[in-house]
Design a protein around this ligand. Structure first.
Ligand SMILES: NC(=O)c1ccc[n+]([C@@H]2O[C@H](COP(=O)([O-])OP(=O)(O)OC[C@H]3O[C@@H](n4cnc5c(N)ncnc54)[C@H](O)[C@@H]3O)[C@@H](O)[C@H]2O)c1
Ligand SMILES: [Zn+2]
Length: 364
């Protein structure tokens, strides 16, 4: 069992990482003083429910907790105002009160949706994350929870830290290979922004990680969560430092928006985005080889590094303009200068970004 402590003063919380934790969920909730009088709300999705919900429900029942469950559709479309309202209805009809908690059992989509429900129901009730994807190690740290507006992703949200995170590695065994790799993109990102040694460890252990070797995965998730926890504890509200977690995301979000959510999934889009950031880094003075090493790491983890040629460059640039990171003709980018070292550059030239997007269609 591994434990990462996210240090945020009176909002600090532990992340427990280990196998068969859902079976022990009742005991963990008891230890953390969750109420057995007030009903809990479990939020999960239709793909995760048949695989993993039973273990959680049994454990809560055995420990004497009351709960209601909301099963939403799988995928990004569930982070909508309409689905948010449905889950809220379930919470009200289920009689949740101020001492209740919302449990997110699923990936980042369920985590963001359930977290936003927890953050707004009766002005905020307790929140517990039980991630079931590799990618959700990222969303389980830092308390950003949000749903999408039809015009923009993650536009409606709050900061709401979980009370605890129960990361049951056993649930990852049912995750499709493509989703495993997508999650590994965020894992290696934590190395690329902060810790070169960890980035190279991801490269060396790529085969073990893709094969869901529990020892390697446990270490990788612990390390990924720890790095994000350090960054977030120094800048919880993203005044400055926290922005480095967006490495690859400016281009990545634009790719997702233009490709249509789903064709290229989040981790894949930011993989391509991180290659683009490394190209920008080299153009701004990093040693040659940065882009090649970055690509090599991502490819080893089973990720794409080339932008599909049919995605229109102007539309990608247009999508970036809508991004919150665009101001007065210059763009803000997280720019790497070496593996493990990045800086926030508010003054990246539009033309350089455009050239980079073009180049991304050609080179691996
Ligand atoms: N709040 C944050 O800080 C933060 C950080 C990163 C990402 N995110 C958000 O996370 C979301 C992406 O998360 P995700 O990649 O986990 O997506 P997801 O929750 O949609 O999960 C991916 C797919 O895998 C399925 N799935 C989940 N667990 C499974 C399991 N154990 N076995 C089989 N199938 C399983 C899901 O049903 C879904 O189809 C995005 O909306 C993104 O904005 C938030
Ligand atoms: Zn991301």
């Amino acid at each position: 069992m591994r434990v990462v402590d996210v240090q945020l003063g009176d909002r600090s919380y532990p992340i427990y990482i280990g196998e068969q934790l859902l079976e022990q969920a009742g005991r963990y909730l008891e230890q953390h003083g969750l109420s057995k009088q007030s009903p809990l709300l479990i939020v999960t999705d239709e793909q995760v429910a048949p695989l993993h919900l039973g273990k959680l429900e049994q454990s809560l029942q055995a420990a004497g907790f009351r709960f209601v469950t909301a099963v939403v559709g799988s995928g990004e479309t569930s982070k909508s105002v309409a689905v948010f309202e449905e889950v809220m209805t379930r919470a009200i009809e289920g009689g949740l009160d101020r001492k209740s908690a919302v449990i997110a059992l699923g990936g980042g989509v369920v985590g963001d949706l359930a977290g936003f429900v927890a953050g707004t129901y009766m002005r905020g009730i307790r929140f517990i994350q039980m991630p079931t994807t590799v990618l959700a190690h990222d969303s389980s740290v830092g308390g950003k929870v949000a749903i999408n507006h039809r015009l923009a992703k993650n536009m409606i949200g709050v900061f709401h830290q979980p009370e605890l995170v129960l990361y049951d590695l056993s649930t990852l065994q049912s995750l499709p290979a493509r989703e495993v790799s997508a999650g590994l993109a965020e894992m290696v990102k934590h190395g690329l922004i902060w810790d070169a040694e960890f980035a190279y460890w991801c490269l060396e252990n790529a085969e073990r990680l893709k094969a869901l070797d529990m020892e390697a995965m446990g270490y990788g998730l612990e390390k990924g969560c720890s790095i994000k926890a350090i960054v977030v504890s120094r800048d919880e509200r993203e005044n400055d430092l926290r922005a480095i977690l967006n490495l690859g995301h400016t281009i990545g979000h634009a790719i997702e928006a233009v490709a249509g959510y789903g064709e290229i999934i989040h981790g894949e889009a930011i993989s391509i985005g991180m290659v683009g950031s490394a190209m920008i880094g080299e153009a701004l003075g990093a040693k040659p080889g940065l882009k090649d090493t970055t690509s090599q790491m991502l490819q080893a983890l089973g990720l794409p590094t080339v932008l599909p040629a049919h995605l229109d460059t102007d539309r990608i640039m247009g999508a970036m303009m809508h991004d919150k990171k665009f101001q007065e003709g210059r763009m803000t980018f997280i720019v790497p200068s070496a593996i493990g070292v990045v800086a926030i550059d508010h003054n990246v030239d539009y033309d350089l970004v455009r050239q980079t997007v073009e180049q991304l269609k050609k080179e691996a």
